[in-house]
Structures are given as C-alpha cells and as structure tokens.
Ligand binder design. Structure first.
Ligand SMILES: [Zn+2]
Ligand SMILES: [Zn+2]
Length: 525
C-alpha cells in the first residue's frame, strides 16, 4: 500500500522547487544473498534515518539495489555446475554468463523482497543493479577516462593467486592464517674467488658465513618455503650491515640449479632478522619482487598457474606440485650436505577467501588504478571535516590507509562481471580502451582485434554507486538534485573496499564528496 501510494518516492522536481533533499544510497547486497541479521541491522538504521528526515518534511530518497558480486556469484553457479559434473569451461564463456544471468533472474529479487517485507522505505521504483545497462556504461566510461588520464595502467606485478580458482585475489581476499610450519636453513656455496671477502665477513661477526669442509665458503639463508629457492635470483643484505659489506657484489652458486646469483644490497632487508641475509625470489614473493624492482635482479617464474614446477625449474623438479617440490628440494639439499637445519616456526600463510587453498604469489599482467592521485582529495575531506566517521575512531584508520595507499589491482580472471573494455590489435599490437566496441584498430585499421578476457573487480562498479544510480555519466536531473548524498551506513570491514573508494571516485568524477557522514556499525556475527 505504501509502495502503491508512492510515499517512498522522491522526485528531482520537488528538489528543484525548493525541497531540501536527504539522500541515502543503500549498500547494495549481493544479488545472490538472503537476508541475514547484518542486513537487518544495517537497513533498519537507514530506515530510521530516512523516516526521521521524511517526517521533518525533507525530500527523502533512499535508493535500493543489488550488487552482481563477481566471484561470489560466479562461485554459486560453478558449484551448481559441479553438481552436474561440469565446469564453466564445458559451457564456454557466453553460455556460462547466460547461465549466471538466469540464476540472477530466478533468485535475484529475493533479497529485495525481504527488505520490502521488513518495511524498508526505499524508493523501489529506482532499484538498480551494478551490472544493469546504465551502470555498465558508467563503469566503462570511468575506465576509459582513467586510462586517458594515465590513472589506469597495465603492468607486470606480483599478485595473490589462487592456483585452484585460477584467479587473482586482492590482499583482503588473501588473508593469512597462522600455521605451525618450519624454517629451513640452507647453505649456498660462494663462487670461487671470494674466500678473502668471506673470511673478512666472518671476522666482522657474520655467523651466516662459514667454511665448508674442503675449504669452500658458504652463506646460510633461511626460508619457510624451500621449493622457492629454485627461483632465487639473488641474495640481499642491508647496505649498512657492517658484517656483509665485503660480500656485496660477490656471487653464490645456487644449489641444485647450476646457476650463480649475485649478493646485492637493499634498504628493505632487516639486518636484525635471521642472519640478515635473505634469499630473493622475485617471482614468488611480494617483498622479494619489490627488492628486485629496486636492485634490478631478474624475475624467474618457476611455477605454472596451478603451482606446479615449470620448465624454468631444474629437470628433476619439473612437473612436481609445490608441496612435493618442497620435499624433493629438502631431500636433495640434505643429500648434498647443504641443509644446515630446520626449526619449528609459526607463521602466517595466506589462503584463498573462497576455497582456502594456499595462495601462491604470481607474476602476471594486470590492470591497476593509480590510487595516490585519487587519494589526496579524499584524505583532505576527512582532515578538514567535510566527511566524518561515526564512531570517530575510524577516522584514524581511514586516514592511515589513505596515507599509505597502494595501487589497486582491478582485473579478475573471472567471466561474470564487467569485461575490461580494452582491445589488443593482433597486427600492430595497439592497446585500446574503448567506449564502444571497436570494428577496427585505431592505429593500423586491422580487424584482428581481441578483447581482454578479464573482468573488473566487483568494487570497480560499486565504487561509482552514489552517482551511477542517478544516471552518470549523463548530467541528469536526478544527479543534480540528489548528489551529493548525505549519509552512508555500513559495516567497518568494507571501509577500504568500498567506502574509501567511493569517496575517491566521487571527487574524481563528480568533483564532490558522495556523502558527508559515515555510520560504521557493529558487525553481527
Ligand atoms: Zn581459491
Ligand atoms: Zn593495429
């Protein structure tokens, strides 16, 4: 009855005629979700605020909608396929996407109907979906604009990779769990000609440098993942570490591989941790990747996408899964007398948030958003009080994150989502980000074009939500009347995933904050 009477609606006209708007845009629940207590709490808070302002006579608007939830929705449908003994590859991309749409059409209205049933006074005539036509256009527009402004780029980068789901994961999707593991100590023989430097390092207190039987010198490094030594391309020490000064520039013979690798100096290495000498595996460890970027060490990928040792590993280890390779490497080192010992060692191991498989850092071509330029204005908005957080303690958390922001990896190896609007020319190699699907290469005219197979991170559509729901990039009357909004109510665990990014995109695309007050309520567990 309330709905039929249009009592929850708000029109741009009333605002133009002098009405004072009050706007909340709903945190869109996943389209596959079923109402839980968290939704109940979150939406009740919004409903209370909206009804209060409505009774004060303001032009209140609460915009509802749902999120296509890339990996989560794709997983639901893949599980159903698995029950039929099929994978998405059996169906092929188009048929699979159709299958997901079908699932969304069959079940996607459920959460919205449940919100209606608990009385949420949204303007239901304005219901949006992050993958509907208008929002898809907004996603494409912002991607192309950011690309034109050099704020989106493609780069080789070390990413969190799930070797089971075969997809990249954000840091937040690859959280560490504490495990009881081991720390192995491995001897790397120094190449000949460094005996004098080794002796002086030893004299300077370098316990990690010692003489093997037969007069050969070696260093000792420690690792929780011995199999990665097959991909080592260097050993690093801190430049100011007095013990190792003489050894910087020396080379070591990497056991089992027949390769020699250099000892380099890098500020990142902690002289206090372990022996102060670290093995560097740039293709399989994020910190080591950073060391290699600074010191110019090679990147050597020794694993396949399924975390099996590849052709860059020595023949004896090729084809072994990483766990088996670990055992084989430890056995081979022991046989050569190069295993110096093993200690029990509890440490964090990141796992895939969908399937719990141990995440394997992996080199990959990915798309990124340069965040630092976007973060400046968003940080200022908090510092100058334009945007406030309730409770206030979240202000510090937000600002700390914005001050230390890292680029955002936005490509996902999924099928369900906004496909990256980039085409590669098979003839001249041109890379084009396009608002409309291109017929021919803009550089050479060739028709041999291939679209990037990846889709965008789900948050790359929801970060536009406060203005895309009003028709952006068109300059609509709704946008004029209802942007900026006023209040956001959400749970603190998506402060970075979503809230911070909406603030950044709001300033970048609209030149104004998307809301002024953020309520971060408790999480119902
Ligand atoms: Zn996984
Ligand atoms: Zn071309």
């Amino acid at each position: 009855m309330w709905e039929e009477g249009g009592h929850f609606g708000a029109s741009a006209r009333r605002v133009r005629e002098g009405g004072d708007p009050y706007v909340i845009v709903i945190p869109p629940p996943n389209v596959t979700s079923v109402l839980h207590m968290g939704h109940g709490l979150n939406n009740t808070i919004q409903d209370v605020l909206i009804r209060w302002r409505r009774m004060q006579g303001r032009v209140t608007l609460w915009v509802p909608g749902t999120d296509h939830a890339g990996i989560a929705t794709q997983n639901v449908v893949e599980k159903r396929l698995a029950a039929e003994g099929k994978t998405r590859h059996d169906l092929g991309r188009d048929a699979f996407i159709e299958r997901v749409w079908q699932h969304v059409h069959d079940t996607g209205g459920r959460i919205l109907n449940q919100l209606k049933a608990i009385g949420c006074s949204c303007d239901w005539s304005r219901t949006r979906f992050t993958l509907d036509e208008g929002l898809s256009r907004a996603v494409r527009e912002i991607f192309v604009r950011l690309h034109e402004d050099d704020l989106v780029y493609r780069g080789e980068y070390i990413i969190n990779w799930c070797p089971r789901c075969l997809t990249a994961l954000s840091n937040e999707e690859a959280e560490g769990a504490e495990v009881q593991g081991s720390l192995w100590h491995i001897r790397y023989p120094l190449a000949s000609g460094h005996a004098e430097a080794a002796a002086s390092a030893r004299a300077a207190g370098a316990d990690a440098v010692a003489e093997l039987s037969g007069g050969r010198w070696h260093i000792t490094v420690s690792t929780t993942r011995p199999e990665t030594m097959l991909g080592d391309t260097g050993v690093a020490v801190h430049p100011a570490d007095p013990r190792y000064g003489a050894l910087v520039g020396a080379t070591v013979e990497l056991p089992l591989t027949g390769r020699t690798i250099p000892i380099v100096a890098d500020e990142h290495v902690s002289a206090e941790f372990g022996t102060g000498m670290v093995k560097v595996t740039p293709a399989h460890d994020p910190n080591d990747f950073e060391i290699a970027s600074r010191t110019g060490l090679d990147l050597l990928n020794v694993m396949t996408e399924r975390a099996v040792m590849n052709e860059n590993a020595p023949e004896a280890f090729r084809g072994l899964a990483r766990e088996d390779a670990r055992e084989a490497v430890v056995a081979a080192l022991t046989a050569e007398g190069l295993l110096a010992g093993r200690d029990d060692h509890d440490h964090g191991v990141p796992g895939c948030y969908r399937c719990d498989t141990v995440v394997e850092p992996r080199l990959s071509e990915q798309w990124f958003v340069r965040m630092e330029p976007l973060a400046r204005r968003a940080l200022q908005a908090s510092r100058d009080g334009t945007i406030t957080f309730v409770p206030d303690r979240w202000t510090r958390v937000y600002e700390h994150w914005m001050e230390n922001i890292r680029d955002w990896c936005i490509s996902r190896q999924l099928w369900w989502g906004h496909r990256i609007p980039v085409w590669y020319c098979g003839d001249c190699g041109a890379v084009m980000a396009c608002r409309e699907d291109p017929e021919a290469c803009g550089e050479c005219g060739s028709a041999s074009l291939e679209q990037d197979p990846d889709v965008l991170d789900t948050w790359f559509s929801s970060w536009l939500w406060p203005f895309s729901v009003f028709g952006w990039p068109e300059r609509t009357r709704d946008l004029e009347a209802f942007y900026p909004g006023h209040t956001l109510s959400t749970a603190p665990e998506i402060l970075f995933f979503w809230v911070a990014r909406m603030i950044m995109s709001g300033y970048h695309a609209m030149g104004a904050e998307p809301f002024r007050r953020v309520y971060l309520h408790g999480t119902v567990r």
